[in-house]
Design a protein around this ligand. Structure first.
Ligand code: ARG
Length: 462
């Protein structure tokens, strides 16, 4: 702060250098300069419309704020760490440029409603950007589902092979998961897109302001009614970071599959070189670092949520300076989630699924065992009995180094008299998938329905 602080009237001494460094938030909140200026312009125009300041004063302030925005963008007004925060830095600059009339901007306003406003504006943009990135990832998943439609893979539970599924079905599970993330972010926006401006410090103001006017100008759906709530609340950030934590968890699970599936042990995918790295010592290595980092960065998003919840948990109403600590976790969450979504999408574009290998793996296994049991059930056996018999067949095959494909009817009949020639319509993985009847199952018809559904939904989305 090169000049006296704007709040220095009742102080005999200025803030110590150490206290300023400790308390300054400019390092983080300078990111909010656009929101801060947009909010100030809306406020000053409202002040003039309500005849609290003159039209000429408002014009002067507005034009200068626009000029300050340009100065910031061209580096002519560097926001250094000697500033306390973005709000004071801009106001100070305004007064420096046009003199005391600049001081009228802060009529009927406080930094308390100002910061809540800036954050809500910032969040709105962030939510829309993240929703776009989610949509891109969903589109690539859908594209891959169509490209590999019909390709089988082992479905897993407990990371043990369970039942054959279509690869498309597995990929579309992620589309559904991401859709909930998209909706959760939208829900959070519904609640957060309200203007706190005009709450002033906490009690409102005696000036005849029009809160709805600024709310409308700034594209809000209404105002945060209670002025104390308006400046005390950070639920909008908590909800947003919660939604982002779930989203990051989904990305992390997907990343984990990339890591597993690119191992020699699985060998389901081939990630392009552009999204993998080498080892500084082991020349043969190709490591899935990008997927690992998406998985790893999830921790910082969860950490941000815990940070914010803990910071808020015992704050008396209304504003407390503790709340300034919300910036770093908020901005960090937005950055992490955006970059993770972006690289995940590109990595997926540049990943090939090894279809021959996926299907080959299924042939050498027992993933259609449930179908064998179901077959016996259709022949009249209780499921538990059918389960037991099929288990014995699996054990027999393991002892004799065989798979279902090697069994003949004679052998099968030694396990149950109910086996007939039609069992051979159920033994193979593809038959298992094709025999599925239930809604949302992995049968090609049901998966096709999902593809049609998501094509329509994602096409309609901007
Ligand atoms: N830099 C502050 C924050 O981010 C702005 C609000 C400060 N208000 C105050 N009365 N000190 O929370």
């Amino acid at each position: 702060m090169s000049q006296k602080a704007l709040w220095s009237g009742r102080f005999k001494e200025s803030l110590s250098k150490a206290a300023l460094t400790f308390s300054s938030s400019i390092e983080f909140d300078k990111q909010l300069y656009q929101e801060d200026i947009a909010g100030s312009i809306a406020h000053v125009e409202m002040l003039s419309a309500c005849r609290i300041i003159t039209a000429a004063e408002a014009r002067k302030i507005r034009n200068t704020l626009k000029a300050i925005q340009k100065e910031i963008e061209t580096g002519k007004f560097p926001l250094g760490d000697e500033e306390e925060d973005i709000h004071l830095a801009i106001e100070q600059r305004l007064i420096q440029k046009i003199g005391p009339v600049g001081g009228k901007l802060h009529t009927a306003r406080s930094r308390n409603d100002q910061i809540a406003l800036d954050e809500r504006l910032f969040l709105r943009t962030a939510v829309r950007e993240i929703q776009k990135l989610i949509t891109h990832l969903q589109r690539v998943l859908l594209y891959k589902s169509e490209k590999y439609f019909g390709v089988l893979m082992p479905g897993y539970t407990h990371v043990q092979r369970a039942q054959p599924v279509l690869l498309a079905h597995h990929l579309l599970a992620y589309v559904s998961m991401l859709e909930r993330d998209y909706e959760r972010l939208g829900d959070c926006l519904k609640r957060s897109n309200k203007s706190p401006l005009g709450a002033a410090a906490l009690a409102g103001t005696s000036f005849p302001i029009d809160r709805m006017k600024t709310a409308k100008k700034l594209g809000f759906d209404g105002i945060v009614e209670n002025s104390i709530d308006a400046v005390s609340d950070r639920d909008y950030i908590l909800e947003f970071v919660s939604a982002c934590s779930i989203l990051a968890m989904h990305l992390s699970r997907m990343a984990e599959e990339f890591v597993l599936w690119s191992t020699k042990e699985f060998a389901f995918v081939q990630i392009s070189d552009a999204y993998t790295t080498g080892s500084s010592i082991m020349p043969q290595k190709k490591n899935p670092d990008i997927a690992e980092l998406i998985r790893g960065k999830t921790g910082s998003v969860y950490g941000n949520l815990m940070n914010l919840l803990t910071m808020m948990k015992a704050l008396p109403l209304a504003y407390n300076r503790d709340m300034q600590e919300d910036k770093a976790p908020l901005f960090e969450t937005v950055k992490t989630v955006r970059t993770s979504l972006f690289v995940m999408t590109h990595m997926l574009v540049h990943t090939e699924f090894r279809k021959e290998h996926l299907e080959e793996e299924l042939r050498n296994d027992f993933t259609s065992a449930t179908d064998v049991a179901d077959y016996l059930v259709r022949k009249g056996l209780p499921f538990r009995e059918a389960h037991e018999i099929t288990g014995r067949i699996v054990s027999y095959c393991i002892d004799h180094r065989m798979y279902f494909g090697n069994l003949d009817l004679e052998t099968l009949k030694t396990f149950s008299k109910h086996f007939e020639a039609d069992i051979f319509d159920f033994l193979l993985p593809r038959q298992s998938v094709e025999q599925k009847k239930s809604a949302g199952s992995t049968s090609p018809q049901e998966v096709k329905k999902q593809i049609v559904h998501w094509t329509r939904v994602l096409k309609a989305r901007k």
